[in-house]
Design a protein. Structure first.
Length: 131
């Protein structure tokens, strides 16, 4: 399960910065935009709460436990397709940059913040810490 979450975080983080650099038909590269002067508006709280629920239940919803399924690919693909908010896409690499011993608590805290009472993803990190 740890590899699944790391894969999903990597895929979500990479998805934010995709480009058509390798596509010969792509438009020529544009100059970088100047930095934004205003912070990014916060996500719609309901959309973000749905996203945290999706992250907490990704293994089941992505069908990652089905025979013949690569769980890393299934969860990564499912999250790319189903996460609505930039904030949720940023949450995965943020939590996965924490020491492994702190990840379950971080997932639980975010789940509780949006009103969820359980987070199976956090429980997977608890199992990962158990020798």
């Amino acid at each position: 399960m740890r590899a699944v979450l790391l894969w999903a975080a990597l895929v979500c983080a990479c998805q934010q910065g995709e480009s058509d650099a390798g596509d010969p038909k792509a438009a020529p590269a544009r100059a970088a935009a100047p930095p934004a002067t205003k912070p990014v508006a916060p996500a719609d709280p309901a959309a973000y709460a749905r996203d945290v629920d999706r992250i907490c239940n990704v293994f089941e919803r992505a069908g990652a436990g089905e025979p013949g399924t690569n769980p890393e690919v299934a969860t990564g693909d499912w999250l790319i397709t189903n996460l609505e908010t930039v904030q949720a896409r940023a949450l995965l690499p943020k939590i996965n940059s924490l020491p492994e011993s702190e990840r379950a608590a971080a997932y639980d805290a975010e789940a509780a913040r949006v009103g969820l009472t359980t987070c199976p993803t956090a429980r997977a990190w608890d199992k990962a810490k158990t020798p």
